[in-house]
Design a protein around this ligand. Structure first.
Ligand SMILES: [Cu+2]
Length: 383
């Protein structure tokens, strides 16, 4: 194979920067056309679009979890992650008795949370299975920790649905040509592409097919956490960590079918029917977060929007440290509230002051009253 000069130079630079003893930066670092700038990798191979006979688990990957869980990075250095999230339609509940036919990545709203380390590579596969009913709440072999966590969640009572639509995937954590990797595929078609986690952060992923507002509001979003390669300065002190995704829903009663349906007029007017943490107005009331007095709690918060800001606040606590967008270079201290625009994220550490009940809210109270509220229950101090 003839390799271009720039690739050879990049391969040499990589060999130098990842010396003996470190886990190999990437098994796949020799693609033609890849290059490095400031230690980051660009110029990834073109997306592959094909049809496959696949009816296996719609979510595959050891570092994919259901909110509020985050997978532990139990490896040193960097690795390549083979990740699958298929697009499937599901009837889901977002408030007691309020069901609608969601468009999802992997079957939940928000979709699975992916955890990787800065410098890791993700080889991503997605089949558009919106045209077939897929059950996600039965045991699935060879899948991901995601399924066990979904099944253990009493609020998740998804039913398979069919809503054949073209869809796509846009990872904010990736730096690629969007017209290639984030392209739209019709039902029955699979896309495969790669991205490298060049920057640490708390990122959004979502469907980018027009109307992006509609596809996102229908449920196609989730979080990617890219942990910094040298960690955060308080990593050793963190006792608990949770992922929270805030988002708005725009639902109205369905005139033709039982249940509710997406209301584009309400979405354009930014008039949500519900605003939630982790996809249901009762998620963090029925299953409050847990901690003990004196512990350091870390929240990975993403505001998925699609259109609203979040003024994230914990009543009775102050954020000891906030890393805006989840980048260790963006450190703030002593924050009462963290303002997150649509698709902004942050890592927030706080110390639990004493035993008691703490409310987590969007301090834009019209949104808190629409559902963006939850509870953390703190037990007594443990010695
Ligand atoms: Cu879509």
């Amino acid at each position: 194979m003839i390799r271009s000069k720039s690739t050879t130079v990049a391969a040499m630079a990589l060999a130098l920067s990842f010396g003996a003893g470190s886990v190999s930066a990437n098994d796949r670092l020799v693609h033609d056309g890849e290059f490095m700038v400031d230690g980051m990798i660009f110029g990834l191979p073109e997306a592959r679009v094909y049809t496959e006979d696949y009816s296996g688990p719609p979510v595959v990957g050891d570092y994919l979890t259901a909110v509020p869980h985050l997978a532990e990075l139990d490896y040193d250095g960097n690795r390549t992650h083979e990740v699958r999230m298929d697009v499937i339609s599901q009837q889901i509940e977002i408030a007691p008795g309020k069901f609608y036919n969601a468009w999802t990545f992997g079957g939940s709203v928000p979709g699975p949370t992916l955890h990787v380390r800065e410098g890791d590579r993700v080889v991503f596969t997605m089949k558009n299975r919106s045209d077939e009913p897929v059950v996600i709440t039965e045991p699935v072999a060879g899948g991901s920790p995601f399924f066990g966590q979904i099944r253990a969640n009493p609020i998740q009572n998804n039913q398979p649905a069919v809503s054949a639509m073209p869809h796509s995937m846009d990872f904010h954590s990736g730096t690629v040509a969007a017209d290639d990797k984030w392209r739209t595929i019709p039902p029955g078609v699979t896309i495969e592409f790669e991205w490298v986690a060049n920057y640490p952060g708390v990122y959004m992923y979502h469907c980018g097919t027009p109307s992006v507002l509609m596809h996102t509001a229908q449920g196609q979003y989730g979080a990617v956490v890219v942990s910094p390669k040298n960690g955060f300065p308080t990593d050793d002190q963190v006792d608990r960590e949770y992922v929270l995704v805030q988002s708005e829903f725009y639902l109205t009663e369905d005139e033709y079918n039982e249940g509710y349906r997406y209301d584009h007029e309400a979405a354009m007017a930014r008039n949500p029917s519900h605003v939630t943490f982790n996809g249901h107005i009762n998620t963090l009331h029925d299953q409050p977060l847990r901690a003990n007095a004196g512990e350091r709690v870390r929240l990975y918060v993403l505001n998925a929007g699609p259109s609203d800001t979040s003024s994230f606040h914990v009543i009775g606590a102050i954020f000891d440290r906030v890393w805006y967008e989840g980048n260790v270079e963006n450190e703030w201290r002593g924050m009462q509230t963290v303002l997150l625009g649509a698709s902004n994220g942050a890592v927030m550490d706080f110390i639990v002051p004493e035993e008691g009940s703490y409310k987590l809210v969007d301090h834009e109270f019209a949104d808190a009253e629409r559902g963006a509220a939850g509870t953390l229950i703190a037990g007594p101090r443990q010695q």
